[in-house]
Design a protein around this ligand. Sequence first.
Ligand code: 5RP
Length: 224
Amino acid sequence: MNQDDLKRRAASAALQEIERDLTPHAIIGVGTGSTVNFFIDLLADCRERFGAAVSSSNASTKLLKERDIRVMETISVKRAAVYVDGADEVDPSCALIKGGGGALTQEKIVASISDRFICIVDQSKLVERLGDFPLPIEVVPSAQRAVADAMVTLGGEPRIRSGLTDNGNVIIDVHGLAIDDPDEMERNLNNFAGVVTVGIFAVHRPHLVLVAEQDGTIAQRYPN
Ligand code: 5RP
């Protein structure tokens, strides 16, 4: 089974998992990335069964609208029933690194207003400790040098990503950070002036991680 097959299977498992959330007024939170793109395709077939989607990026909004799924602005959504999104790394406690696609800020916001967060990954995303994947940090442009320098003092190797986020900010990808305590690291990095969002999702851990395994099964992981 290739990686796209696994991503498709994870997306399909998520659709089954949110079956009970598909009610006429329900708002479904939709993440960003290649795994979620499969989920958006599947969600399109159920578009009559829920009220609207709330999206985590301009890219996902475009895909949702192309599939005639109604999209609400985040600012007008009080609560979403469920949020489905991928991840770049998942540790045994279900803490995540996200932001490979640069949408981490809006992703964290939508996760925070959702009753349930379901993360969908293939087994290649499972790690014992977060940090092999460079940690994305979204910062306001004027703070990029200060934050990059601070990451060096923490033992990381910061690289400024080219381009800007949907919010007009900069992403610093920090290589080589050993993230032994994701909760503590997320809190700590959030305190640097100019940091908008840290790509560690520990405070907003998913309630459930669906893992598409190479043997065709879907494993379920819950935060401990
Ligand atoms: C985007 C994200 C994605 O969820 C993450 O990068 C995983 O993407 P993919 O499903 O393409 O592997 O955090 O900001």
